[in-house]
Design a protein around this ligand. Structure first.
Ligand SMILES: C[S@@+](CC[C@H](N)C(=O)[O-])C[C@H]1O[C@@H](n2cnc3c(N)ncnc32)[C@H](O)[C@@H]1O
Length: 387
């Protein structure tokens, strides 16, 4: 049994866990964490969980001091005869506790172990939970002597887990920033979000061919290739197809990976795609970018234009895929200055286009929004099944 620590937008992480491990295996235990009933967990393939750990104990709900004492007692016993030096990080979620208190727990444990002749290096806590970059740089969870204890307060109890690793933020940054061709105007989908979208469409299936009909510079194709899928991309723009090709060639060379890929120009509202198409993952046309909320008239115009293109694309696609095929698309949703959201009209009438929304056990489709503060155009993820 694992505990997954959720990212900045927890609903996305929960949805992803449900699709990969099955809705009944995932239990949301707090606003920051979910348990996953599984005997494996590959953090590098999940965009929505920055950290995860294997559950070693569950304590009755109590205050921080009692929990801290238990942790010290358990690990001073467990490691009393440890050979070699231990590097330890402690991350606490859901307790109203100061980072110094967390650090104190580590110091007490260090002193106890010293008496048994065991040496421990403590990773300092600037915050009660180490951020995943710090955990990653210290390689916590990746070998028996580099440990991160995750202490998670849930609605019913307190979970003690040992991290099995954090997301590799260096690799994400490289994949995002080192690609030879980038384009600020079409916008760049963060690789983590691309991974989430792929997992939402694919679930636990293997060996699929994934189509991205608005492939742009190819972030989704790149992440799908690294996850082991065959990839097929099309885009209206000749320049984007060229950029995407250069980026995929770079990926194959720089990451020493081989993958099946096919790429050509095509208008998503009328292209006839080559079969097979097993799943569709795409960040579709998002309309023009805005740095400030547009006027109501402008918003209406952009919304109707996007709604038209995306509806026509979904109709064209529906005629070319088998019933049961899954589609995960990021569509635009516009945020005003109070954070109120304007959605695409097609979402409420999706059945007319021959799709039905996927049902999640712990969240609803409407929760799947991705945005940064001050961003006007948010991405709304739709997970649809062709009926
Ligand atoms: C939001 S961007 C996708 C960016 C992409 N995820 C990436 O990694 O760069 C949308 C893309 O849709 C393309 N596009 C716009 N209208 C299209 C259409 N009707 N058919 C196909 N592609 C279209 C644009 O050229 C652009 O590359």
């Amino acid at each position: 049994m694992y505990v997954a620590i959720l990212g900045r937008q927890p609903a996305l992480g929960i949805a992803e866990l449900e699709r990969v491990f099955g809705g009944s295996s995932v239990k949301v235990i707090s606003s920051q964490a979910a348990t996953v009933d599984s005997d494996y967990f590959d953090i590098q393939k999940l965009g929505g969980s920055p950290k995860a750990g294997i559950i070693v104990d569950e304590l009755p709900k109590s205050d921080w001091h009692k929990v801290s004492q238990k942790v010290v007692q358990y690990y001073s016993g467990k490691w009393s005869a440890f050979e070699g030096k231990i590097t330890l990080g402690i991350s606490v979620y859901g307790f109203d506790v100061d980072s110094r208190e967390v650090q104190k727990t580590g110091i007490i444990l260090k002193q106890k172990l010293k008496k048994s002749g065991v040496s421990l290096r403590l990773v300092p806590n600037p915050t009660p939970a180490l951020n995943s970059a710090v955990s990653h740089h210290n390689k916590l969870g990746l070998s028996p002597n580099k440990v991160e204890i995750l202490i998670v307060k849930s609605k019913d109890n307190v979970i003690i887990a040992e991290s099995t690793g954090s997301q590799n933020i260096t690799a994400y940054a490289n994949r995002d920033q080192m690609r030879p061709k980038r384009d600020a105007f079409v916008g760049m989908l963060p690789p983590k979000l691309a991974q989430i979208m792929i997992n939402l469409a694919v679930g636990d299936q293997k060996s699929l061919r994934i189509l991205d009909p608005f492939c742009g510079t190819g972030v989704i194709m790149q992440e799908a290739a690294l996850m082991g899928y065959s990839i097929y991309g099309t885009d209206l723009s000749e320049k984007m197809v060229r950029y995407c090709r250069d980026n995929l060639n770079w990926l194959a060379d720089s990451h020493h990976v081989k993958f099946d890929w096919y790429l050509h120009e095509g208008d998503a509202v009328k292209t006839k795609w080559q079969q097979p198409i097993d799943a569709i993952v795409s960040e579709v046309y998002l309309g023009q970018p805005f740095s400030a909320p547009p006027s109501p008239t402008k918003l209406e115009e952009v919304k109707q234009n996007c709604n038209h293109i995306i509806s026509e694309f979904l109709k064209n696609l529906a005629g070319q895929i088998k019933p049961g095929t899954l589609v995960c698309i990021a569509v635009p949703a516009w945020r005003d200055k109070d954070g109120k959201i304007t959605h695409l009209p097609l979402i409420s009438t999706i059945a007319r286009l021959d799709y039905k929304p996927h049902e999640f056990a712990n969240i609803s489709q409407g929760d799947l929004l991705y945005f940064r503060e001050n961003q006007v155009v948010a991405r709304e993820l739709l997970v649809l099944t062709r009926v």
